[in-house]
Structures are given as C-alpha cells and as structure tokens.
Design a protein around this ligand. Sequence first.
Ligand code: G3I
Length: 378
Amino acid sequence: MSEKITRRASLAGAVALPFALSGNAPAAEVGLDAVARGRGMRFGSALSARAQGASMDNPAYAALLRADCGLLVAENEMKWQHLRPAPGKFDFAAFDRIMAWGTANHMAVRGHNLLWQRRKWMPVWLEKYDFGARPARAAADILVEHITTVTKRYGKRIESYDVVNEAVTPETGALEETALSQAMGGTEATLDLAFRTAHAQAPHAELVYNDYMSWEPGNAAHRAGVLRLLEGFRRRGVPVHALGVQSHIVTAGPDTSGSARGYERNWRQFLDAVTGMGYRLLITELDVRDNGLPADPAVRDRGVADYARRYLDVMFSYPQLRDVVAWGLCDRFSWIGPFEPRPDKAARRPCPYDADYRAKPLRAAIAAAFARAPARGT
Ligand code: G3I
C-alpha cells in the first residue's frame, strides 16, 4: 500500500464519519478511495469554489472530500463560461483555488472541460463573436489559444481532461453545432482540433470524450451517435483515449433490480463496442435521479442504492474502467434538485450523503461494488 493511501485511510478514520456499512462492505473507517485503491481503482467527486456550497471552504463538505476522495473535478470552474469572461481574457482565480486545495491534500484533479459542444453552455460573447473575413482561421485560433493556455498553466498537475463534452444530440445522434464550430466549417474538424491541440500541449494526459448517453431506455440514438463519433476519431487518427460515461443514472420505479436486468444487454453491447475500439472508460459524473420511487426517504434510498450497485457491478466488470467520480457527495448541493425537481416536490436524494452530511445506503453500495470489483493490474 502506498504512503498516500495509508494516509487517506487514516484521515478517513480521523474524521469519524457516521458510516452505516453492512454485508460485504468494508470496515466503516475506510474511505471510498481507499477501498477503490485496493482494487487498482480510484474514487473522487466534483466540488465547487463557492464558499457556501459543495466546496473545500465548507468544512463539513471538505471533511467528506478528505475522507472519501483521491480525485477531484471542478463542477463548473474550468468551463469556458467561468474561465473566459470576455474575448482574450482568462480568469483562473476560482479554478486555481481548487487546484491548490487538491494539491495540498494529495488528490489528483481532472480537467472538465476544454470544449463544451453546446451553445447554451459556451460564453454568450462567443456565440455573438464576429469571426471576420477568415472565420475558420479565427475560430481555430480562439480554440487553440484556449486549450493551449489552460493545459500549459496546469502542466503535469492535470493528468486527465474531458477535452470535449457532450457533442452528440441525444434525440437524433447528430453532432451539435456552436458558433465556434460553424465558423470552423464543421463540428468534426472542431472536435478533432480540440483533441490534437490538447495532445500536443499535454502529451502526458489522458484525453477523454465525455457524454451522458446512459443505459436507460430512450438513449439508443444518443449511444449510436457517440459510437459513430468514436469510430470517426479512430478512422481519422485523432488522439482520444477514453470515453467518459457521465452516469447520471435514473430509476424508473420500485423494481430497480428488474430495471437494471432489463437494461444490461444493450448497455454491454455499447460498452463492448467502445472498448473494442481500444477506448478506456471512466465514470465521470455519478449520481442517481430517484424517479418513480416513493417519497419515503428510507424506501427511496434503498432503491437508489440497489440500482446504483447493479449499475456499478456491470461497469466494474470492464477492466478498462479505473476512475469513478461522483457529481457531488452531498444531496444538499446537487444540481438535480434545481434542474429537475421531483413531481411530488420531495427533495432529491441523488448523492452518497444526505443534506446533513450523513452517509446513505448509496455510499455503502459504492463501497460494496468496489470491494467486489475484479482487481485491476498496475
Ligand atoms: O454562479 C452563478 C451565481 O452567481 C448565480 O446567482 C446563479 C443563479 O442561477 O447561477 C450561478 O451559476 C450556476 C452554476 O451552475 C453554479 O451553481 C449556473 O446558473 C448554472 O447553470 C450552473 O449549472 C451547472 C451546469 O453544469 C451548467 O454549467 C451545474 O452546476 C453543473 O452541475 C452542471 O454539470 C454538468 C456537467 O458539467 C456536464 N454534464 C452534465 C452535468 C449536469 O448538468
């Protein structure tokens, strides 16, 4: 066991978290990352730099991060909307603080993201930008400048980037367009340039295409579009190393094990196709939308945990998967509540810890899934 792991496991014990683990889950004082490392894997979470939020400046949230995580990702602070207030301007203040905290706490930090291929999530100024007489050149310059500046600033401190986020339209499987890709004269050329630039500037880094095609029904067109995109990258020799499977998974009703069994075959076909092309896998944004489950928190938490454990069992059967990142650890700060409230208005419970920072069955389910995952080689 490395010094880092030993230290993290003992830190987990030191904060005396109220874990309620049972069955074949490991002992209560062991953090999730320590359990994952035992299988050659890693566990981490998103965090933010907002003092009152899921932040390292919030002592209760920081304690969860220290206890359970070996890997961090900024929920928002590396996105163009945050880093790029205006053309030619960068604001690294918030992300730098996350990076410094991660480094001080011996945690790896992933980069999310270098290009979000959705108009809605790119800066307003870019959508209105005058690309001039040679738009393809001007757009390429902006993209290369952005990726070069970010990757150079963090150098080897970032070893894995979501280079491109969400380029496929879920309903049709077609590629999304933005002002940048229109000016470039095509989405494929834009995405290829993003990966080639990232590779040239950060040759040490794992380069990831990240998307939310999932295993539930209704995702077939999205999955097919992602496969076409990944095939295209290989055909064109674009340096893409892994698929980030966001894993915002959704329950459909009380029979969570029946749902999971029903989804597994198509999902494995998809993952087999992805790994068959030589891509590695990451779980980049794990949380569970508790749809179709009764409001009773105990019943809901059990359903969420069962569904997630079955999902993770399938995912962990792929040796190409090593890293698992939760999209937040604590229900209090999850994006899901504001973005998609439950019809019955009951507060969403998508994370491993509840709104009062108490461990839920979902945390135990993640620990149990790691504990029985086939060990990865070094
Ligand atoms: O910072 C402002 C604040 O000043 C303002 O008062 C407030 C009012 O709405 O908005 C705050 O910004 C919000 C930001 O989250 C920080 O909380 C934005 O409105 C809101 O749009 C933004 O949402 C984020 C969303 O991505 C868009 O960037 C979510 O937090 C974040 O969880 C979500 O994450 C995405 C991944 O990046 C990609 N995959 C899907 C995932 C979930 O949607």
